[in-house]
Write a protein that binds this ligand. Sequence first.
Ligand code: OGA
Ligand code: NI
Length: 338
Amino acid sequence: MTDANAAIEVAAGVPTSTLNRIDLSSSDIPGSVSLLKQACLDSGFFYVINHGISQDLMEEVFVQSRRFFGLPLSEKMKLLRNEKHRGYTPMFDQILDPANQINGDYKEGYYIGVELPEDDPGARKPHFGPNLWLSEDILPRWRQAMEKFGSQALKVAKVAARIIALALDLEADFFDKPEILGEPIATLRLLHYEGLVSDPSKGIYGAGAHSDFNFITLLATDDVPGLQICKKKDAKSPMWEFVQPMRGAFIVNLGVMLERWSNCIFRSTLHRVIGNGQERYSIAYFLKPNHDCLIECLPTCMSEENPPKFPPVQCQTYLSQRFKDTHADLNVYRTEGA
Ligand code: OGA
Ligand code: NI
């Protein structure tokens, strides 16, 4: 079978999901809350449009991302991710669905986190510290573009968090307050999927099926389709649906932390990336609350008939475990390099 035929087969019969669009420039707040609520109850996925980040900047980060991934592997390996989860993640570094995948995800990535100097007391916390930046000689304006995009994405995520709070019958600033999103663990991740055709029957995926283990994710993608969601993961034959790329918009999805907070009323839906033979780039902004924020069932999401399903958990405890579960041991690279 040719690659093109294989690609058609992979996509055959897979429907496209219609996701609600939340227009952040709209003054009809109740309208936005209702659209968002419907999306969160149904799939936990929606588009965010008119978010205020300029098209120029959205395009610039993709240009810069392509430039980075276009460097020779030996250059990229010099920036191999460290214990703080900063830097380059090569092909197969991540395996999101070990039960159904061989090798790992057919993608490479780059983690950028909250920037703090090494000697800052805050840098003792996991996930906080200095980033691995490329020198200006190799990729001029790279750092600048990433930092600008990261800070604007945080603003967008906070606006979305206010609408989410209203949709959960909470005060608008419930999540957007110092003890929850005051010093968030935010990660920008550049992703590059090689032009490989996925073959689920052989366990080959761009990214294996997973739910994001954070609060919310903002995802910007290029025009190549690949992202699929599965709303009913426990069904006998789970159905996958494509999420269409939307230029200039973010695809926003809820993470497991919000699912726990909302006692599973809001959904953190399983998703994966299927390669169709075309190269694909995406940029994910993962937002998690402060390290010591306690994630526990919201008062508006429990009742006598619906008691809390999960014990409270501290953000950093939950996060450390999930990172360990889904990434290769860094010693793998040390041994190989020796
Ligand atoms: C992720 C993810 C989807 C994509 O990184 O968690 O789901 O389209 N990415 O890259
Ligand atoms: Ni994801």
